[in-house]
Design a protein around this ligand. Structure first.
Ligand code: MG
Length: 176
């Protein structure tokens, strides 16, 4: 199943501190959580003024968010994650589970990128995001919309999967 993800985070060199995470699943389910462990002293003005006021205050420990996402994706043998410029989102997301090798076994070690797919297709304009922005769930919903638009242009590309791991030997060694 596909999952469109977005996160908000406090970014400083050497740190990506997750603020919130949103996922929209292909079957219509949605997940949203906020971290109770954000170090707001590191946040810039833009984050304090744009992201923070949109939070609902339902903070959870990062580890608990990780377990909740495991349950959300539970029993899915082939999850495929899509983001929009997701490099930093994916690091913040993956750290909810530990290091890269501690990602849940069936999770790919890669998040597919809607922007990269758009570039492959000649970089068409993507749908405008209407309503809230810089809210992880709202942005995840828009990421799905943008993906759906590209899927109309390139149906075969929509079916791509990401499987395997960067260091299969390491992963195999962990399994024994
Ligand atoms: Mg966002």
């Amino acid at each position: 199943m596909k999952y469109w993800i977005d996160t908000e985070f406090v970014e400083r060199p050497y740190t990506i501190d997750l603020i919130s995470v949103g996922l929209v699943a292909e079957d219509g389910r949605e997940f949203y959580a906020e971290s109770s462990e954000v170090d707001w002293t590191k946040a810039n003005e833009w984050t304090l003024q744009t992201v923070r006021p949109q939070l609902d205050g339902s903070g959870m420990a990062r580890e608990e968010i990780g377990y909740a996402i495991r349950r959300f994706v539970d029993k899915d043998a082939h999850p495929v994650f899509w983001g929009y410029f997701p490099a930093y989102d994916w690091v913040a997301f993956a750290w909810l589970f530990g290091d890269m090798n501690e990602l849940p076994f069936r999770f790919p070690q890669l998040c597919l990128d809607v922007k990269q797919w758009a570039i492959e297709l000649g970089d068409p304009a993507l749908p405008q995001q209407v309503g809230a922005r810089h809210h992880a769930l709202a942005d995840a919903r828009w990421t799905k919309d943008a993906w759906a638009y590209l899927a109309t242009l390139h149906p075969a590309g929509a079916a791509r999967r990401c499987e395997g791991s960067k260091y299969p030997d390491q992963r195999a060694a962990k399994m024994v």
